[in-house]
Design a protein around this ligand. Structure first.
Ligand code: ATP
Ligand code: MG
Length: 323
């Protein structure tokens, strides 16, 4: 059976882009494959953070994932920091990676520009940890949003390099990026991706209804008033239409027909209703999950993940001459 691995950083609460770009794919895949889904708490340490919040957000994200449909009896849901083998492999791969390749990463450049000297070298090295997260399980496939493609290419490159330098051990993991929802854009800037670390332009799935409504109604739109799908000329409304399409399963043509002669205001109001309707059940379920219950789920996940990771680590240590 194919093994899938992916992750989400506890850097804020789950936003719609996370759901449409990655989570909905995982929910599909868990019925066919062995899925490992990690809460990447070590990745969240790469930028300034509050320890208390990190703990709270980690549990909140885990609850959200379960409420959205991640089934802990099928998917191995765990915390990255619970599996020390990731860090061992991170060091081994870190000794293979080219510094220049890390400095080329878009996310590194953006974050470094944003935080300047407030961040340490974790922000530079984090793609190596991400490679280790994936390779320690010898995963076949990694479902991610478009923004993670460059990091995944690096993971593939490091797997090849390890195999060439030492011995063929790692599979070269395939990248899986959904077609239409690979990059949901911010509500405040249609040229920037929606990110949970930038809540202004972000539709947080479990946010208060009133705030979701305000954010949608205030979302930037394009010139003219027509609800028409044209990502080049009308990027803002096209982004909202992509969201609406995936919440309602309507085609772009059906959406254009539905709003013919109507304006952005009516469209946004309908989008808000579709959003609330789509996530109603998840929002209800999340409130019923206690901290104790979710901690139990994460502990069980950690036991399973450690078992796979440690078996591979043993072999890797032999290959590289440490055992
Ligand atoms: P941060 O701002 O802290 O980086 P994020 O919203 O980008 O948060 P991540 O935890 O980095 O979330 O990513 C989790 C998954 O969601 C990844 O697979 C990522 O590619 C995907 N993803 C993130 N944002 C979007 C988006 N706007 N559209 C589609 N997929 C996305
Ligand atoms: Mg991100």
């Amino acid at each position: 059976m194919k093994r899938i691995l992916t992750g989400i950083k506890p850097s804020g609460t789950i936003q719609l882009g996370n759901y449409l770009g990655m989570i909905k794919e995982v929910i599909e895949m868990q019925n066919k494959y062995e899925v490992l889904l990690m809460i990447a708490d070590l990745h969240a340490q790469t930028v300034p953070y509050s320890p208390k919040e990190l703990k709270e957000i980690t549990l909140d994200i885990a609850k959200s994932l379960v409420a959205l449909g991640v089934n802990p009896n099928k998917t191995i849901l765990f915390k990255q920091s619970d599996v020390p083998a990731h860090l061992y492999l991170y060091w081994i791969l870190g000794c293979l990676v080219n510094e220049g390749d890390l400095r080329r990463m878009h996310e590194y450049k953006e974050q470094k520009e944003k935080y300047k000297d407030e961040v340490g070298t974790g922000i530079l090295m984090y793609p190596v940890l991400m490679a280790a997260d994936i390779l320690i399980y010898n995963a076949d496939l990694v479902p991610v949003g478009k923004d993670q493609e460059q990091h995944l290419e690096l993971t593939r490159e490091l797997a090849r390099k390890f195999n060439k330098t030492f011995k063929k051990f790692f599979k070269i993991p395939e990248i899986y990026i959904p077609q239409e929802t690979a990059k949901i854009m911010s509500l405040t800037n249609p040229y920037k991706k929606m990110s949970k670390s930038e809540p202004e332009g972000c539709l947080e799935i479990f946010e208060k209804e009133q705030i979701i409504k305000e954010k949608i109604m205030k979302a930037v739109t394009d010139s003219e008033k027509e609800v028409k799908y044209d990502p080049l000329k009308k990027p803002a409304i096209s982004n909202l239409m992509t969201i609406y399409k995936h919440l309602t399963k309507k085609s772009y043509k059906e959406i254009e027909d539905e709003f013919k002669g109507k304006g952005y205001y009516e469209f946004k109001l309908t989008l808000y209703e579709a959003f609330i309707n789509f996530f109603k059940e998840a929002r209800r379920l999340k409130n019923k999950i206690s901290n104790k219950q979710i901690e139990r789920i994460l502990n069980k996940g950690a036991i399973k993940a450690n078992k796979i990771a440690n078996e591979n680590l043993k072999k890797i240590l032999k290959i590289v001459g440490l055992r």
